[in-house]
Design a protein around this ligand. Structure first.
Ligand SMILES: [Zn+2]
Length: 376
């Protein structure tokens, strides 16, 4: 059979690499006959991985369920991204929450703000003196009380910033582009300084911080489950478009069990970040981490073995094929050791009823019929 295939390809001028690959495949499977019509059904979940060389990762963050707690939102977002990078190329970082989550201020931050106010009062009275002066990060001026710095910042830099913003907003076309270019550095500097000095009017800057970390943040209505539904739809949509090979979900919400199962059916790799040990989500995913492991950077080490397992699975998957003994026996008679010599006879034996009904033939017979089968 091997020699038959070789001759058949050489005659038609197929390039040598194709022959090498096919000869290797034939050598592995030479004891078995398999049906061409079945081969496309064997899923190759990593086909696109091989073409890109890296696993495309999408992170979905259910902010309503798992808001960043122990560290700042920006810090948490960056650490999550770093952990995700150990699974492949992180191309999508998506976070959903309702307005409540963005308005909400965690107790730690409330306490911190209260302490700061008390300290400000003491500084104003002269009871407490800061070890080092407060420095304005825009102009570099020094202040000996925090409140003076805040007043200075609001009176000078906040006004300047608002002027620039309104100037840009009122400009159009090339004028606008020019202004954006002209002010971009100054505005960036202002934003960085304002983050530490000014208190956000609502919430604690969750949305802005995540956007700064490169996440695509979406706000949904305050209806219960609105964020879950939006997240699920987004995941399914991306699965349909085959935009990712690995799905990382940050949530403890068991409502996501079905979507994770769906992802596995579609041969996606799944990772869950949550705090419920042996939770429903963790049971249906390939790997699971606690939020703390992500923050501490422990997930990165663990990811190496997970990726190793995936590679093994990848190899096994590619070696898998469907073999239906009864059907093959009908088509080709018994698969004994001396079948190799009878292959040519089997080729002419393709007029059985079953072949007529499902249009299937021996795969090498198909090759000689169409060129497309060779190049595919
Ligand atoms: Zn200043």
């Amino acid at each position: 059979m091997v020699s038959f295939v070789r001759i058949c390809f050489i005659d038609r001028g197929v390039d040598s690499s194709t022959i090498r690959t096919l000869t290797a495949a034939v050598t592995i499977f030479r004891r078995y006959h398999f049906n061409k019509s079945q081969t496309p059904k064997i899923p190759d979940p990593f086909a696109s991985v091989q073409s890109t060389g890296r696993n495309i990762v999408a992170v979905f963050w259910d902010l309503d369920n798992k808001p960043p707690r122990s560290v700042s939102p920006f810090d948490a977002a960056i650490r999550l991204k770093k952990a995700a990078e150990s699974f492949g190329a992180v191309r999508y970082k998506i976070a959903y929450a309702n307005q409540h989550s963005f308005d909400y201020v965690p107790t730690e931050i409330k306490e911190h703000r209260r302490d700061r106010r008390k300290l400000n009062q003491l500084e104003n009275k002269g009871v407490v003196k800061p070890v080092e002066p407060y420095i304005c990060r825009v102009c570099g001026r020094k202040f000996y009380t925090n409140e003076k710095l805040i007043n200075h910042f609001k009176q000078i830099h906040e006004r300047e910033h608002q002027k620039r913003v309104s100037q840009i907003e009122s400009a159009k076309g090339s004028q606008r582009v020019k202004l954006v270019g002209k002010y971009s550095m100054k505005m960036e500097k202002y934003k960085n300084a304002a983050r530490d000095i000014l208190t956000p009017k609502v919430g604690y800057g969750l949305g802005d911080e995540l956007k700064r970390a490169g996440y695509c943040v979406s706000v949904v209505s305050n209806k219960p489950q609105a964020a879950d539904v939006a997240l699920r739809n987004h995941m399914v949509d991306m699965m349909d478009r085959r935009q990712m090979e690995c799905l990382i979900l940050v949530s403890d919400d068991s409502d996501f069990v079905e979507v994770l199962k769906e992802a596995r059916l579609r041969c996606l790799k799944t990772v869950v970040v949550g705090d419920i040990n042996n939770g429903a989500l963790k049971r249906v995913s390939d790997a699971a981490f606690s939020w703390e492991e992500i923050i501490m950077g422990k997930a990165k080490k663990e990811a190496v073995s997970v990726v190793g397992r995936w590679k093994d699975r990848d190899i096994l998957k590619r070696l898998e094929w469907t073999y239906n003994h009864e059907r093959e026996r009908k088509l080709y008679g018994s698969c004994s050791e001396d079948d190799d010599q009878n292959d040519d006879m089997n080729a002419s034996n393709l007029v059985s009823d079953e072949v007529k009904t499902d249009q299937s033939r021996a795969w090498w017979k198909l090759e000689s019929d169409s060129d497309s089968a060779v190049s595919s």
